[in-house]
Design a protein around this ligand. Structure first.
Ligand code: XMP
Length: 511
């Protein structure tokens, strides 16, 4: 099959993953690579086009990130975004300057829509600007194709060489028609055909896995989440009973989830499915533990111990299957962003399992692509479209110590919340929504009786990337119904609050 790839050279900007997602949405394969990549590596990948991302640096800084200037000899289209534009201008002989103050926000940008980059756009467009440096003088052979009141060169092109650059961010939703700009570059300028489709991905992956793993044994830790489930099904379709899935029931999943996973993997797919009931074991380890970070640590470690013990019973396997997806790869590759919460994902790499190699069939995919593959290979909608769920599960949604009673209260309350959201067709509008069992108790009255019971908080957010999030504006009538149902149907709960903080300053989870 003809190969087409766009290479995204990463200068450290916060929206870089979004650029990659936008390109993939055009059915074009792309990779995000660090700016230190060598020209040989780039040539090996033979991309149809290159995108320089934004980044926090200033081009005249001594340690400013710069990629090999030999990219300009490759004779392929290049799109520079923000810092990427400044890097392009600087490298090709233009001038970059520093403004007195940062320009930030959604601005009206005047576009020259005779440029191929702005094909089919109106001549003013709202774009997200976020920069202090700007291109003050164009490099030779370039012309200006956009400006704003405060930025005299907001985009430039050298159409002969197929070099384009924008000071604003077409990859974010705040920029109107940003996806059209990306499409103009990827499809019209780079001439990509859009060959990257999830139906062929599933088929090709199963074929190549069944060749590579023929007669070999593989082991997979199923968490019940989307990624590990899709990875497991791909493997099961490739090697059938030579795959063993270990599913650790730590008692911290939501109501009905254990049964759902069991049903899918025992009835629908042909694998060896091992469920381990480790509920008491986890509860014992977590007894009296109140610190969120300690909870995470205990659960992460205990999960690995249980998994190892089960794996030992199976003996040596050839492959360990991991549900790693592309954002994990990019994040660990560049080692950025400070740690606010340690994300101990259930399914971390066990030390003592005897295997020869790791298989990560979803390593190149974004979450939305994993969901498409999941659908393609027959996983049910409710699993494929599951909202993100933290590895430590309900343990970090119970503030303070964890008991079986509290777990049951939370499971029931959370189930009612989910049920009402589904009834009102709001699932797709909300990125994540759940109940939290606080450690506050308050006085209430039920019938003629005074009660002193728990306070449940409801949390629902809307977000693109989970790094920032807005609280969701669920209509009062729906909240009222949920509140009434929880208080009436769940014992020991007499008060409900709705969390109206965004992230930042709050995080999405309460712990
Ligand atoms: P926060 O609470 O940091 O959450 O705003 C951002 C996203 O990460 C999820 N999250 C976790 N996921 N292990 C995980 O696998 C964890 O320890 C963890 N803590 C938070 C959270 O559900 C949200 O989607």
């Amino acid at each position: 099959m003809e190969k087409e790839e766009i290479l995204i050279i990463d200068f450290g900007g916060q929206y870089n993953q979004l650029i990659a997602r936008r390109v993939r949405e055009k059915n074009v394969y792309c990779e995000v690579v660090p700016y230190t990549i060598s020209i040989e590596k780039i040539k090996e990948k033979n991309p149809k086009g290159i995108i320089f991302t934004g980044g926090p640096s200033s081009i005249y800084q001594e340690d400013a990130p710069k990629c090999t200037e030999e990219v300009f000899n490759l004779n392929i289209p290049i799109l520079g975004i923000c810092y990427g534009m400044q890097f392009m201008a600087y490298s090709l002989g233009g001038k970059v300057k520093r403004a007195d103050k940062r320009e930030y926000g959604e601005m009206d940008v005047n576009l020259d829509n005779t440029s191929m980059l702005f094909n089919n756009l109106r001549n003013t467009n709202i774009c997200l600007m976020s920069h202090t440096d700007y291109v003050d003088e164009l490099p030779e052979g370039f012309k200006k194709i956009a400006d704003t009141d405060t930025c005299k060169i907001a985009a430039m092109e050298n159409s002969e060489k197929n070099y384009y650059a924008v000071q604003f961010h077409p990859e974010v939703n705040h920029t109107e028609n940003g996806d059209k700009i990306i499409e103009n570059f990827v499809i019209n300028i780079c001439k990509c055909k859009g060959l990257w489709k999830m139906d062929t991905f599933a088929k090709n992956t199963i074929e190549s896995l069944s060749k590579k793993l023929k007669d070999k044994k593989a082991l997979c830790a199923l968490s019940g989440g989307v990624d590990s489930s899709v990875a497991a099904v791909l493997l099961s379709k490739a090697i059938g009973k030579n795959l063993t899935c270990i599913f650790v029931d730590h008692g911290l999943l939501r109501k009905n989830e254990v049964e759902e996973v069991e049903e899918i993997f025992t009835k629908q797919f042909d694998v060896n499915f091992v469920k381990v009931d480790a509920r008491d074991r986890f509860l014992n380890k977590l007894k009296d533990v109140t610190s969120p970070e300690t909870k995470r640590k205990i659960i992460g470690e205990e999960f690995i111990r249980v998994f190892e013990e089960e794996a030992k019973k199976i003996g040596t396997v050839d492959y360990l299957v991991q549900g790693t997806i592309y954002p994990d790869v990019i994040e660990s590759g560049l080692g950025k962003s400070s740690v606010i919460k340690s994300h101990h994902n259930v399914g971390g790499l066990p030390d003592y399992v005897d295997f020869k190699e790791i298989v990560e069939p979803l390593r190149d995919l974004f979450k939305d692509e994993v969901r498409k593959v999941g659908k393609e290979i027959g996983l049910p909608d409710y699993l494929v479209n599951r909202q993100p769920f933290p590895g430590p599960g309900l343990a970090i949604r119970i503030i303070g110590d964890i008991t079986e009673e509290k777990l049951n209260i939370l499971k029931e309350a959370d189930y009612i919340f989910r049920e009402e959201i589904a009834k009102n067709n709001m699932e797709k509008e909300l990125s994540q929504y759940f109940a939290v069992l606080t450690d506050t108790r308050s006085v209430g009255v039920m019938g003629d009786e005074r009660t002193y019971d728990y306070l449940i908080a409801l949390r629902a957010v809307v977000t693109d990337d989970f790094m920032t999030a807005k609280f969701a504006k669920i209509p009062y009538e729906i909240l009222e119904k949920i509140s009434k149902r929880i208080v009436n149907e769940v014992e020991h709960v007499n008060r409900i609050v709705y969390d109206i903080t965004s992230k930042p300053p709050a995080t999405i989870e309460w712990e």
